[in-house]
Ligand binder design. Sequence first.
Ligand code: 16G
Ligand code: ZN
Length: 523
Amino acid sequence: MSLEAPEKHVTYGTAGFRDKAKYLPIVLYRVGLLAALRSRFLGGKTVGVMITASHNPPADNGAKLVDPLGEMLDQSWEAHATELANSQSTAEQNKLLDALYSKFGVKHDSDAKVIYARDTRESGPILVDALASALKSQNAHATNAGVLTTPQLHYLVRAINTLHMPGHESYGVPTEDGYYKKLATSYKKISTLAPNMKPVSVTVDCANGVGALKLQQLAPLLEGLVEFTIANGDVDHPEALNENCGADFVKTNQRLPANVQPVPDKLYASFDGDADRVVCYYTSNNGEFHLLDGDKIATLAASLFCEQVSNSGTKVDIGVVQTAYANGASTKYIEYELKIPVVFTPTGVKHLHHAAAKFGIGVYFEANGHGTVLFDKSTVDSLKTIDIGSPAQKQSIDILLALSDLINQTVGDAISDLLMVLVILAIRNWTPAQWDSCYSELANRLLKCNVRDRTMFTTTDAERRLVTPKELQPKLDQLMKQYPQSRTFVRASGTEDVVRVYSEAASPEAAKEIGDVVLELLK
Ligand code: 16G
Ligand code: ZN
């Protein structure tokens, strides 16, 4: 490394390290040091490193560590990552690393295995070099998995480790091909089980990112069942990544991405830059745009699971995990129509994931399209062993088991989530508008506000209420009393130096007024 310290302070946050790529080579080097230590600490199990900045601009990049079962890095290690990355000299770096080896009682010469991948960003190869040289310096067994989506790397890590892990069923063949085959096989299986399932088609805006390459590889395996059309699949111009397209653009602007000319009532989807987020949408005959976001995906999935579990004759506790951003109408639909519990957690996938793991079948999605469904081992075991009474019961059990293979349970996965949506629509023979009509969203607005010190904004109740500044929450409560069905909250962003203001109400005018008043209160 030419530098001995990063040019600015970096923090391992909800999305790992993320910054302008030019600051990151030394950070990736230190991520490599930590990854080797993490693997040794875990008895030589394989850990992953993903190099990506997801929906952020092309000049950014980042790195995330993946734990052996495909989960995000254990939270207690985030501080070690931050401390090591910010060492001010090579000597300090080595001292810190040695201290960590002693603290965890790890031997330097024990087994370490790390697998890594990157998205399509131009800065990827340089960062891969930095990571690889650190792994080499640590005598770690390193595997370069090339260009992958984030969830593909999570899949590989879990599949590698569960190949020989007592107490854990093998997650699949630990190759990229194994990933495609697992998804395609389970989709095909469902198509043979569900009566009269029709072929479906979808146009996917791939944000000019890695999702385009990977969807092209999957598509032939699903020929005759799913017809994919790719829009924004230009990975040869790195500057086009996420530019006026992708899941984040569509969700934030509530409009179509560039280069998509919609046919009314047809289904469209957008992935983000590393294909771990997906949102869907369609236009109606009058040209109106309708977003089918993470809340709509969660409710679609939860309703199907309720139906199939009830047909299967098994008892499974199904639950949905949401954040404060979930539209109030979706929460009401889940609690009152589907009659299953909703749990709220703070923003950030790791929080939702842990809460969802407590259910027999836990559905979690952030409104922005990041989420998945988790099947508890006891659920899968009971589905496999239950005495089967009728053919209808058997059919539902088989559908549920095939869905548990179709869904990437390690992390939100745009490709796998989209296949889940498609298969549910195909089972039900629903148009996007029928899906959309399950509930009508409350009008909502999301604003951001620059404040002097965002750390002054602390929250409770899964970020839905402010604790400090003390005088603010009573004013928000007062405001909510003035508008029917309204809700508003303020929270400090974890990724930008701003606070976010969310408001929802029965009409767009009311949602706007509430947002404006809150902004005034923040001045
Ligand atoms: C991160 C989170 C995402 C969350 C967003 C909120 C992960 C992998 N990503 O990108 O889930 O929605 O932060 O950002 O957990 P904010 O704190 O700036 O609102
Ligand atoms: Zn992403």
